[in-house]
Write a protein that binds this ligand. Sequence first.
Ligand SMILES: *Cc1c(COP(=O)(O)O)cnc(C)c1O
Length: 477
Amino acid sequence: MNYISTRGGMAPQRFSDILLGGLAPDGGLAIAERYPRFTLDELKALSKLNYRELAFAVISRFVDDIPADQLKALIDKTYTAQVYCHGRDPAQADQITPVVKLDEALFIQELSNGPTLAFKDMAMQLLGNLFEHVLTQRGQEINIVGATSGDTGSAAEYAMRGKHGVRVFMLSPFGKMSPFQRAQMFSLQDENIHNIAVKSMFDACQDMVKAVNNDAAFKARYKVGAVNSINWGRVVAQAVYYFKGYFAVAGEVGEPVDFCVPSGNFGNVCAGHIARQMGLPIRRLIVATNENDVLDEFFKTGGYHPRGLDRTYETSSPSMDITKASNLERFVFDLLGRDAAKLAELWRGVDKNQGFDLDPATFARMRDEYGFRSEKSSHADRIANIREVFERYGLQIDPHTADGYKAAKAHREPGVPMVILETALPAKFEDTMREALNQAPQRPADLQGLEAQPQRFDVLEADAEALKRYVAERVPV
Ligand SMILES: *Cc1c(COP(=O)(O)O)cnc(C)c1O
């Protein structure tokens, strides 16, 4: 399997080559040159597999430059009941992504049972093992420099902790994360994990990371890399749980199922699109947003108009406070019949913050052929829906999953099972949960007292040169 760029300007590469890279050299995103497809009979066989077997069956179709036995070993050590241990029912832990039934046709698929209680662990844990494997094979190292306001940074750190050949330098705004998030990251004592609290806001952290990446000489000398949401390995690993969820709820393999996905960077739901292209009978993919509704606007009108930071709202589903959906480019590439020239033209507008509008025929195809729908939520919706799910079903859901619940209710149709993807556990968002339920959210037993553990972090001024010195002092060259 070869990988090409959505903008047409990259010589075909293998999986291991694009795994460690960021953007393609032409500014596009790496994507499989075609999607492997399962027949109905093959799907029926897949439906009998456990999560690890299913993950191998799906992922190995995209990876042919890691020997099968080695890929299998990496997958087997990733998707275990010990790693994904934070579910509601411990007896279900080996399901990895257990499905909870709300009513006869409405389900929640748990994707947040990994170490950091958010769905990003689903892909990031595998990525950590893949990185270590590829780097060891090549005798290389990578230094991941990133910025986080919460979920992504912790998922990356828990995936990369203790991994050979990988160091993580993670910037976060000093004093701005919740006590739980801070404790989750700063309590890590692994030598290859460096938490850097920056005396400023999240934007300043991002600017520092950008400045490091714009210094080509520094970047090359200190082998600076990233694990952001455009990483192809993450998207592929996420496709697996759509298969798992489908098989859990479909009456018979072949019948249609709808999925509803809380979205920000379009990474999670992009994996759903790929699963659908691989032959999984997904009927609709419903994109749920919060007040940052760029994607809702796109799927309702065909107009994609990313916004600047000045028009990005801080909401109570903060991991979706995104107004430029980096993975959307992969879907639009497919929507345009994989016409890289046309895609590049549209994204020239996006890169200049102008956006684009689809023509009516393409817009119709997006809804009819690709099955996309969308919905947005407000803070009041979130509170009301957290309350409703708790009262009706006795289940605590987090604010992001609540956005999904609202969208699922708006779009469900009789006779078609609907799966809402849970993207985090309520324990991560204590303030909003208290507002909705007048009580502290449930917290997994092994994370009681997390905030009291010793914390390890350094404080830096918001200064890119200070960050470069910090990295240089810790990376032997
Ligand atoms: C990252 C994240 C999202 C958004 O996922 P995308 O892949 O960026 O669309 C939603 N909810 C939670 C809790 C997240 O951490």
